[in-house]
Design a protein around this ligand. Structure first.
Ligand SMILES: Nc1nc2c([nH]c(=O)n2[C@@H]2O[C@H](COP(=O)(O)OP(=O)(O)OP(=O)(O)O)[C@@H](O)[C@H]2O)c(=O)[nH]1
Ligand SMILES: [Mg+2]
Length: 139
């Protein structure tokens, strides 16, 4: 199976709240919560893919300088092989207020300590752990 390179954004505001969205029922891992993002296109950097996906999916403007790499997660689903290229994205409050499900999906800002209450795709478990470690250290 070909590996799909996916850019994934952990968008953080005030070192507290994280942006999550619900995947449409008819898509891979449908119905689960996700961090916004999507496939990296040919000749596109991960950061550029995230600027594009955050605009398309949640109408959130971010500067390239606000994006740093967090972790890479190779994962095999029964039906799909992915490489999640997970980045940390610091958003400011004014931009965060503009964010919404631009493709009709439900989106929420969730306090990082409550991420465990949501069901994410199986590949995401290490991401939730990393977010909580990082923000616990700052709070
Ligand atoms: N965006 C996103 N995708 C994830 C996460 N975790 C995870 O396993 N994936 C997987 O990564 C793959 C690609 O993500 P995607 O469906 O958002 O891709 P996309 O925005 O380009 O959508 P499209 O396929 O409709 O063009 C999917 O198979 C999805 O299940 C996550 O937290 N966020
Ligand atoms: Mg997507």
């Amino acid at each position: 199976m070909k590996q799909v390179h996916v850019a994934v954004a952990v968008v953080v505001v005030n070192d507290q709240d994280i942006l999550i969205a619900r995947r449409p029922d008819d898509k891979h891992q449908g119905g689960r919560w996700e961090f916004p993002g999507g496939k990296v296109e040919a000749d596109e950097s991960v950061e550029a893919a995230l600027v594009r996906e955050l605009d398309e999916e949640v109408a959130l403007p971010v500067a390239l300088g606000a994006i740093t790499s967090l972790m890479k997660i190779p994962f095999e689903y029964p039906d799909k092989r992915v490489l999640l290229d997970v980045c940390w994205v610091e958003a400011n409050m004014n931009d965060a207020l503009l964010a919404h499900g631009a493709e009709g999906q439900e989106v929420r800002w969730v306090h990082y300590s409550r991420l465990n209450e949501f069901t994410f795709p199986d590949a995401n478990q290490p991401i939730v752990v990393a977010i909580q470690q990082r923000l616990d250290a700052l709070n």
